[in-house]
Design a protein around this ligand. Structure first.
Ligand code: UFG
Length: 343
């Protein structure tokens, strides 16, 4: 059984990826400092897959603690590195925390890999590296634009650190997955996104509004250069996204890479505006979402969606869940949180 280390494996995308890895027969070790997730996620994963993944509460910035994980679990073949701070606004307030967390963690992992014979590395990158793209849909060859936030900058710097490390001759094979906007939850509603405090992202704010936790959803701007004036994104179902990681791991371990570092856009190829998304949610669930147009949010990209062809062709992966079905899983998850008394 191939052993994979998943950092941030109790988080939103991490937990869904652990499920897909286990479904494909991988042996998973999760490392997470639980800064933005709960250990009970490990039990939820077990409920879904029938297998309890190994779990170590470790902060990836702690080199000694991280090395102990490599000592304890022999024969790790690859790492999927999710563990990172990810709130754009907070990163503007606390840049050093973001640079420390997101950069030191990566350096520690890359230093430990050769010593413990770990070759594969899959990195959680973001379409944020493209900034406001000049051409749509955006391909992997689009220029990397100056980052809008320290968070975005850590994604760019991490990609560069990985490239430089491989260029130096380190025995590392890497895949950089540039995610578009991950949404939804596992169809069982046993795992999903659990934002801390007031959600900053559209879908958790929308579902919290639909259930009555929030009074109304603010639509940040309707005067953009888009058909209905609201911003456009490429919303991808988190389970589809999780599956892309399994494809990336297989590609590395089966020596199918064309280069030692490859980057792939992980999106649907479909651009959806904020107003279209609200309509799709209402149609999919029959639940109304009170909303109001307000001013633009600083730093927002006007429109971006992926050209996912490279991932389709090379990874043999495709996002195939439709938007309404995806939105129903987000709603089911919000209802489950209510049922469980979480919120
Ligand atoms: N939006 C609203 N109201 C809200 C929240 C969001 O109208 O209450 C709008 C935003 O203006 C944007 C869209 O919904 O047009 C999506 O916003 P999100 O905050 O959900 O997502 P972003 O595209 O801004 O950011 C996401 C991730 C970042 C990542 C970025 C690019 O949250 O971590 O994609 O990868 F950097």
């Amino acid at each position: 059984m191939k052993r994979i280390l998943v950092t941030g494996g109790t988080g939103f995308i991490g937990s869904h990826t652990v499920v897909e890895l286990q479904n494909q027969g991988f042996d998973v070790v999760i490392v997470d400092n639980l800064s933005n997730s709960k250990e009970t996620v490990v039990d939820s994963i077990e409920k879904i897959t029938g297998v309890k993944p190994a779990f170590e509460k470790v902060d990836c910035t702690d080199f000694a603690a991280l090395e102990n994980v490599f000592r304890k679990y022999d024969g790790i073949e690859a790492i999927i590195h999710f563990a990172a701070s990810k709130a754009v606004g907070e990163s503007v307030q606390k840049p050093l925390m973001y640079y420390r967390n997101n950069i030191v963690s990566l350096i520690n992992l890359l230093e430990l890999m050769p010593k413990y014979g770990v070759r594969g590395f899959v990195f959680s990158s973001s379409c944020t590296v493209y900034g406001e793209p000049d051409e749509l849909p955006v391909t992997e060859n689009a220029p990397i634009k100056p980052a809008e936030s320290p968070y975005g900058n850590t994604k760019q710097i991490n990609e560069e650190i990985i490239r430089d490390t491989v260029k130096s001759g380190a025995p590392v094979n890497a895949v950089l997955l540039r995610y578009f906007n991950p949404i939804g939850a596992h169809p069982t509603a046993l795992i999903g996104e659990l934002p801390n405090g007031v959600p900053q992202n559209l879908i958790p704010y929308l579902t919290q509004t639909a259930i009555g936790i929030r009074k109304e959803l603010s639509v940040f701007g309707d005067d953009y250069n888009t058909p209905d004036g609201s911003c456009i994104r490429d919303y991808i179902y988190v389970v589809d996204l999780a599956k892309a990681h399994v494809c990336a791991i297989n590609r590395i371990l089966n020596n199918e890479q064309k280069e030692k570092v490859e980057a792939f856009n992980i999106g649907t190829g479909r651009g959806v505006s904020v107003l279209e998304l609200i309509n799709a949610f209402e149609k999919a669930t029959g639940v109304k979402v009170p909303h109001r147009i307000v001013g633009r949010r600083a730093g927002d990209i006007e429109k971006i969606w992926a050209d996912p062809q490279l991932a389709n062709n090379e990874l043999g992966w495709k996002a195939d869940t439709d938007l309404e079905e995806t939105l129903r899983t987000a709603w089911k998850w919000q209802l489950k949180l209510r049922e469980d008394g979480v919120m």
